[in-house]
Design a protein around this ligand. Structure first.
Ligand code: PRP
Length: 183
């Protein structure tokens, strides 16, 4: 789905498909240098990271494996409670692995700060993060993120994996959701 297909649901376009792909390619080039001679394990966090993972993994000119986790970031619908529950765990043994967590967005940072510690405690050789989007103004905890696509304002964004009530994940770009949609 194109951003123009749901124009009236958006107040603005943040990033087009082309801009997103350019940002992902830039991160891929950096990762190729940083991980030269190694085979990183890319860990995608469902469901939002599906699009970033698909594009990033294919853009990388390195052997890399993919695995997936599903976590519930929030207790009972309240944002940023800090409660993280594993709904689907990794299939891969992390001992000695170089892990790159792949995320669509860092909002409060609570999910990733928990995940980072959790994966480190499994004996990984290294754990780094690639987040396509980060909202610095929404941060509740500091998270060391090595690779970031874009820093964005604290607005309700959808598309490219990001949803509102499970809608808009299949948008090719990222846009700001219009208040009439969610209020
Ligand atoms: C989103 C996103 C991150 C998390 C970020 O996932 O994919 O995992 O929220 O928020 P935080 O920095 O405040 O912890 P969500 O729980 O909405 O699930 P989804 O990926 O299935 O949409």
């Amino acid at each position: 789905m194109e951003l123009s297909d749901i124009e009236s649901d958006l107040t603005s376009v943040l990033y087009t498909e082309e801009q997103i792909h350019a940002a992902i390619a830039e991160v891929a080039r950096a990762v190729e240098v940083d991980y030269a001679g190694r085979e990183p394990l890319l860990v995608g966090v469902l469901k939002g990271a599906v699009m970033v993972m698909a594009d990033f993994a294919r853009e990388l000119k390195l052997n890399a494996q993919m695995d997936w986790m599903a976590v519930s970031s929030y207790g009972s619908g309240t944002k940023s409670s800090g409660v993280v529950r594993i709904l689907k765990d990794l299939d891969t043994d992390l001992h000695g692995r170089d892990v790159i967590i792949v995320e669509d967005i860092i909002d409060s940072g609570l999910t990733l700060s928990w995940l980072l510690e959790n994966l480190k405690s499994r004996g990984a050789a290294s754990v780094e993060i690639f987040a396509l989007l980060r909202k610095p103004e929404a941060a509740k905890v500091h998270v060391d993120v090595k690779y970031v696509g874009f820093e964005i304002p604290n607005e309700f964004v959808v598309g490219y994996g990001l949803d509102f009530a499970e809608k808009y994940r299949n948008l090719r770009g990222v846009g700001v959701l219009a208040p009439h949609v969610y209020s």
